[in-house]
Design a protein around this ligand. Structure first.
Ligand code: ZN
Length: 374
């Protein structure tokens, strides 16, 4: 046998290994680091909501929001182990975890917090949808024998979106967006495309740093809602349109507490880039949320815990983007150009934007499509 395979340069050099590791730590250079605001006054005085968190690790805190109900709230300005919000429900006979988070460390943190509060058997963990920041920590649950529940299309979409990035040259994924930035017609368009390239580069980094794990308990939307009896605590899993085509929420009607996943962003422009996101569908979902009891506590996918005022803000943001887009549409501005021309009004200047081209931009192009289809 020839030793042709034994070249002096191994295919996986230490340098390439450390390159991958540092990609993770440098991951969110472009992520908007918005500090978590305090609870709104109505919730700060709500008897269901604990005034102080059970634990505050910086990157996330866990707070009691009802009998046996806990919210895990991320503060991305302090760390990115969890990145999205989640929570857990601890009944007398069983517990349920919500979200796989962006990393196994995030899922581990939440599991450990549950275990400090309850030793009850775990029925499962739920990914509210397939997006990386809610699912790249799934392998922790798999390694710990915790069943993973999700919308029936979540597994396929995790695989197609993130496993498909693994081992691919980064330039294949990010190059076309960088070219778009180079050829941009305006300064705004260039800025948005550069930010988009950085964000997709970050997601590429996460996907390549992750041992992807897929949910093993598919939830067929035709069979939802389902009621989960945790022992003195009933959770209802429902599905609604809007954000990703794979969205499920966990609702506890007896206590008026809802874990919305990304169907609600509190104080952030809704993220609508997904091929299956629908502006009109999302608005109808938000209106359904508003039709529930006025004292409903919402645990959003991102941002602080809120009441109906957080849902109303999302609708107001959609309204504002729509009003401006409508003017562009009437003036004959193309969808592509209009997507960069929205101006954030003074009253929304403290509202977060998770990459323009994943939120405001696609909201405008989707509205154009809905109008042009009429
Ligand atoms: Zn999402």
């Amino acid at each position: 046998m020839q030793a042709s395979g034994l070249s002096s340069e191994p295919n996986y050099s230490r340098r390439s290994f450390f390159g991958r590791v540092s990609q993770w730590s440098a991951l969110f250079a472009a992520y908007p680091l918005i500090p978590l605001p305090n609870l709104v006054e109505s919730l700060a005085s709500d008897s269901r909501v604990a005034q102080t968190p059970v634990v505050d690790k910086g990157f996330a805190s866990v707070r009691k929001v009802g009998e046996g109900l806990y919210a895990t709230i991320s503060d991305t300005s302090k760390g990115l182990q969890t990145m999205c919000n989640g929570g857990f429900l601890a009944g007398k006979e069983a517990a349920l975890l919500i979200e796989g988070f962006v990393s196994p460390a995030g899922a581990a943190f939440q599991h450990e917090m549950l275990r400090t509060i309850s030793q009850t058997p775990i029925m499962g963990a739920i990914d509210t949808h397939y997006h990386f920041d809610h699912s790249m920590g799934n392998s922790y649950y798999g390694a710990n024998g915790i069943a993973l529940w999700a919308h029936i299309n979540t597994s396929r979409r995790i695989f197609e979106s993130y496993a498909a990035m693994q081992g691919v040259d980064k330039s294949v994924i990010v190059g076309p967006i960088e070219a778009q930035a180079k050829n941009a017609k305006s300064e705004m368009a260039r800025k948005h495309a550069e930010q988009y390239a950085a964000t997709i580069g970050n997601i590429f980094g996460v996907a390549n740093a992750t041992v992807v794990a897929l949910p093993n308990r598919p939830l067929d939307p035709a069979k939802l809602p389902i009621h989960l009896d945790l022992g003195g605590l009933t959770a209802v899993v429902e599905t609604y349109p809007g954000h990703s085509g794979t969205d499920v929420i966990v609702r506890v009607p007896a206590q008026n507490v809802v874990y919305t996943g990304d169907l609600l962003f509190n104080n952030m422009y809704p993220v609508t880039f997904d091929g299956q996101a629908s502006v009109s569908g999302w608005r109808s979902t938000l209106k359904t949320f508003l039709s529930w009891s006025k004292d409903t506590i919402f645990v959003p996918g991102h941002g602080q815990i809120c009441g109906p005022e957080g849902v109303q803000l999302s609708l107001d943001l959609f309204d504002d983007v729509e009003q401006q887009a409508h003017k562009f549409h009437k003036a004959g501005v193309t969808a592509e150009d209009a997507a960069d021309q929205y101006v954030v009004p003074e009253k929304f200047k403290n509202v977060g934007i998770f990459a323009w081209s994943l939120s405001i931009g696609p909201t405008i192009t989707k509205l154009y499509k809905e109008w042009d289809a009429k």
